[in-house]
Design a protein around this ligand. Sequence first.
Ligand SMILES: Nc1ncnc2c1ncn2[C@@H]1O[C@H](COP(=O)(O)OP(=O)(O)OP(=O)(O)O)[C@@H](O)[C@H]1O
Ligand SMILES: [Mg+2]
Length: 251
Amino acid sequence: MDYKIQASELNLHYGEFHALIDVNLAIRPRAITAIIGPSGCGKSTLLRCFDRMNELIGGVRVTGRILLDGSDIYNPSTSLTQLRRKVGLVFQRPNPFPLSVFENVAYGLRVHEAPDKARLEAVVEASLRATWLWDEVKDRLDMSALGLSPEQQQRLCISRLLAVEPEVLLMDEPCSALDPIATEHIEELMRNLAEKYTIVIVTHNMQQAARVSSETAFMLLGELVEYGPTAGIFEKPSDKRTEEYVSGRYG
Ligand SMILES: Nc1ncnc2c1ncn2[C@@H]1O[C@H](COP(=O)(O)OP(=O)(O)OP(=O)(O)O)[C@@H](O)[C@H]1O
Ligand SMILES: [Mg+2]
């Protein structure tokens, strides 16, 4: 099996604080992998390692290795621009730019290349179709993105990433600001996108992890306690700590 992402002996320190401890994790391509665990266990930190976003924070030290398609993303020769194009991050709160719907989706393309009008329009339409947003906004592409509902904004942010043809989508609690119906819609979208993209989702919601993911990683205090097929993690965990967490005894 060729894994999309492979982290080995990954350690991360925030100053003196050891936030990720010897994490080993291999992520399957074109699947949804969930990272679960109680607040503060390092889920977001781990996710941010995959596109090297932690480097924006001062005092962070990372050791170990992360391979993306077999290449070390911490290798000095890795281009951060290329990495961030390949690996897109969806945030907890939808964060569209205060620009029109069209310009939000066109943004990345304008940064990476100088697209002509026809290409730009084609990419914007395809990216909005991929998140089922096209029919909802095609007559008002000039409206401010901030006028969309939170759920539409989250799909717009996903469209914005898709426009630059990523391979991996990292999602950090992408539904936590959404109501249950909007959440269901985003989950359906994720399952659909997983046919083409590798998705890693951090979630506090164990039902969500059970519903959408094929593999689940359980973290506790910076360590990856258990990782494997989602059904096994929830129904037959091998570590007592996993069992206590998934049965709702803490967290
Ligand atoms: N920039 C930072 N500087 C110092 N410590 C940090 C920083 N970011 C996170 N931490 C600490 O690292 C640990 C892991 O944080 P992280 O945000 O990755 O956890 P999390 O599992 O995503 O939590 P939550 O479920 O609340 O989002 C926590 O103890 C947190 O306080
Ligand atoms: Mg977090």
